[in-house]
Ligand binder design. Structure first.
Ligand code: NAI
Ligand code: MG
Length: 503
C-alpha cells in the first residue's frame, strides 16, 4: 500500500516551516495521508522569500477517482447518522481548530504571504466560528407537511446530495474551504476538496485535525493543477454537486461541466465592489473603513475588495489625502512578524498581472498613482513579492482598472456630484458581489442599497463573510449563497416528496 498513517505532530506546532515539510507530498484520502498515484509533486513557495518550503502531491484523475470512491463509500453511513449527531461532531471540530488557531495561522502566513496578525490569525478564528455555527444547525434539516387531502399524508424531507466536489482558491483557503465542508457535512454529504496550487498546506493540515473527530472518508483533500485535478473532480460521475470559488473564467468552465452532468453548481466568483462615500459621512470612520474595505492587509486579494471608491466632490481631496496617509502608516514586511500589517502578493503570476494594471494606469493621460507605505528593508525579504499599495485618481469609467478585477493592492478613487449618477456608475459593471455606502442620511443610503446590483450591501461598515448571513454575488459574481442556514438547505440538500394514502 502506498498509504501512510497521519504523521503530523499532535500538539499545536509553533514552527510552520517544520509543519510544511511534514505535510509534503501527500493527499488526504480515507482518513490517511497518501502520495499521488503518479508519485508527482510540485513546489510550494514562501512568497516572502521565494524559497520552496514544501512539495505538494500533484493529483490527477486516478487520485480523484480514489478520493471520490472513498467519499462515496463513507457517505452511506454518514447520512444514516442522526443529523444533530453529525452537527455535534462538526461543532467539536471548532474547539480543536481554536486550540490550533495559531499553528494554522502561521502556516497560512507562510504559504500565502498574508500577515499573521492582521489576516491569517483572523482567518483561522473565523474558520472555528463557521464550524461552530453549522455544527449547531443539524436540527434544522426539516421538511414540510403539505395539506394534500384529508386521508393522504404528504410530507417533504431534505436529503443529502451525495459526494460534493469543492474547488477552492488561494486567497482565503481555510475559510473558503470551511464555508463549503461544514454545511455539506452537517447536511449528510461527504466531500472531496481540491485545494489551490499556491496554498495546499493549511487545508491539508486541518484534515488531520478534523480526522481525529470525523469518520474516515467524510472529507478528502487533493492538491494539483486545475485542468488535471479540478476538472476530473467536477466530471466524476459519483460527484453529485460542485461548489467553486475562484475566477469568472474558471467558474464558467466548472458550470459547463456541471451542466453536462445535470448537477447543481454553487459559484462564488470575482468582484469589482464599489464603495460610495457621501460628504455627510463620519469622515474618520469612513477613511478607516476604506482601508478595511479595500482589504489592504490582504494585499487587496479579495473578491469583495473596494477597488472602486466614489467620493462626493466636496470631500474628495481631503479623503484622498487622508486615505493615502493612513495607508502610509501601514507596515509592510515579513508575514510572520507580529508588527506587519501588509504581507506579500501570492505568486509571481499574480504579481505580474497586478503590475501590468498599475503600468496601464500610470500610462493613462491625466491619471495619478499615489504609492503608499514602504517596501521592507530586511535583506532576507529581497526576493519577496512585496508591492506598495497604489491609490489612483484621475481615471474614469473607461479604464480597465475601473472595470476589471485587479485582485491586488490597487484602488481607484473617483469624485461624484449626484447620487443617481454614482448609482448608475456603480451598477455599470459585469460584477455584482458587494458594495458599501457611507452616509449619515439613511433615507438616501437605504434607497441606494435597494437599487445597487450586488449580493451584499453594507452601510457604514464593510465586514468580511460572517456566519449566519447569506453571502454570494449576482451577475458574473456568481450563483448561489454561502455561510447561512438557507445556503446549507438550498445548496447541500435535495427535497423529496413522500405521500402516504391512508384511505
Ligand atoms: P482560478 O479560478 O483559475 O482558480 C481557482 C481554483 O480553480 C483553483 O483551485 C484551480 O486549481 C481551480 N481550477 C482551475 N482550472 C480549473 C478547471 N478547468 N476545472 C476545475 N478547477 C479548475 O483562479 P486563479 O488562476 O488562481 O486566479 C486568477 C484570477 O481569479 C485572480 O487574479 C482573481 O482575479 C480571480 N480570483 C478570484 C477569487 C475569489 O475569491 N472569487 C479567488 C482567486 C482568484
Ligand atoms: Mg487560473
Amino acid at each position: 500500500m502506498l498509504d501512510t498513517p497521519a504523521r503530523t505532530p499532535e500538539p499545536p506546532s509553533t514552527d510552520p516551516f517544520a509543519l510544511a515539510t511534514a505535510l509534503s507530498g501527500v493527499h488526504f484520502i480515507g482518513g490517511r495521508f497518501v502520495p499521488a498515484r503518479s508519485g508527482r509533486t510540485f513546489a510550494v513557495v514562501n512568497p516572502a522569500t521565494g524559497i520552496e518550503v514544501a512539495r505538494a502531491a500533484e493529483g490527477d484523475a486516478a487520485d480523484v477517482d480514489a478520493a471520490v470512491q472513498d467519499a462515496h463509500r463513507a457517505q452511506k453511513a454518514w447520512a444514516k447518522m442522526p443529523a444533530r449527531k453529525r452537527g455535534a461532531l462538526v461543532y467539536q471540530c471548532a474547539a480543536l481548530i481554536r486550540t490550533h488557531q495559531d499553528e494554522l495561522a502561521r502556516l497560512i502566513a507562510l504559504e500565502t504571504g498574508k500577515a499573521l496578525r492582521t489576516e491569517s490569525r483572523v482567518e483561522a478564528g473565523v474558520v472555528a466560528d463557521i464550524f461552530e455555527f453549522f455544527g449547531g444547525l443539524g436540527g434544522e434539516l426539516k421538511g414540510e407537511s403539505v395539506p394534500f387531502a384529508p386521508d393522504v399524508l404528504s410530507v417533504t424531507v431534505r436529503q443529502p446530495l451525495g459526494v460534493v466536489g469543492a474547488i477552492i482558491p488561494w486567497n482565503v483557503p481555510l475559510l473558503l474551504m470551511a464555508l463549503k465542508i461544514a454545511p455539506a457535512l452537517v447536511a449528510g454529504n461527504t466531500v472531496v476538496v481540491k485545494s489551490a496550487e499556491e496554498a495546499p498546506l493549511t487545508v491539508l493540515r486541518i484534515c488531520e485535525l478534523l480526522g481525529r473527530i470525523l469518520p474516515p472518508g467524510c472529507f478528502n483533500m487533493l492538491s494539483g493543477q486545475g485542468p488535471e485535478c479540478g476538472a476530473p473532480l467536477v466530471a466524476h460521475p459519483l460527484v453529485r454537486k460542485v461548489t467553486f470559488t475562484g475566477s469568472v473564467e474558471t467558474g464558467k468552465i466548472v458550470a459547463k461541466a456541471a451542466a453536462e452532468k445535470l448537477i447543481p453548481a454553487t459559484l462564488e466568483l470575482g468582484g469589482k465592489s464599489p464603495m460610495i462615500v457621501f460628504a455627510d459621512c463620519d469622515f474618520a470612520k469612513t477613511v478607516a473603513g476604506a482601508l478595511t474595505s479595500m482589504r489592504f492587509t490582504r494585499q487587496g486579494q479579495s473578491c469583495t475588495a473596494a477597488s472602486r471608491i466614489y467620493v462626493e466632490r466636496p470631500i474628495f481631496d481631503a479623503f484622498v489625502a487622508e486615505m493615502k496617509q493612513a495607508v502610509d502608516r501601514m507596515v509592510m514586511g515579513d508575514p510572520l512578524d507580529e508588527k506587519t500589517d501588509i504581507g506579500t502578493i501570492i505568486s509571481q503570476g499574480q504579481f505580474d498581472k497586478v503590475q501590468a494594471f498599475v503600468a496601464e494606469g500610470r500610462a493613462t493621460p491625466g491619471a495619478t498613482a499615489h504609492e503608499c507605505s514602504a517596501m521592507p528593508t530586511d535583506p532576507a525579504l529581497k526576493k519577496g513579492l512585496f508591492m506598495r499599495p497604489v491609490i489612483f485618481t484621475g481615471l474614469d469609467a473607461t479604464s480597465r482598472l475601473v472595470r476589471e478585477e485587479i485582485f491586488g493592492p490597487v484602488t481607484v478613487i473617483q469624485p461624484f456630484d449626484d447620487p443617481e449618477a454614482v448609482l448608475a456608475e456603480a451598477n455599470d459593471s459585469e460584477y455584482g458581489l458587494a458594495a458599501s455606502l457611507w452616509t449619515n442620511n439613511l433615507k438616501v443610503g437605504l434607497d441606494l442599497a435597494h437599487r445597487l446590483e450586488a449580493g451584499l450591501v453594507q452601510i457604514n461598515q464593510n465586514l468580511v463573510v460572517q456566519a449566519n448571513l447569506s453571502y454570494g454575488g449576482v451577475k458574473s459574481s456568481g450563483l448561489g449563497k454561502e455561510a447561512s442556514l438557507e445556503a446549507m438547505l438550498e445548496h447541500f440538500t435535495q427535497k423529496k416528496t413522500i405521500m402516504v394514502n391512508m384511505a
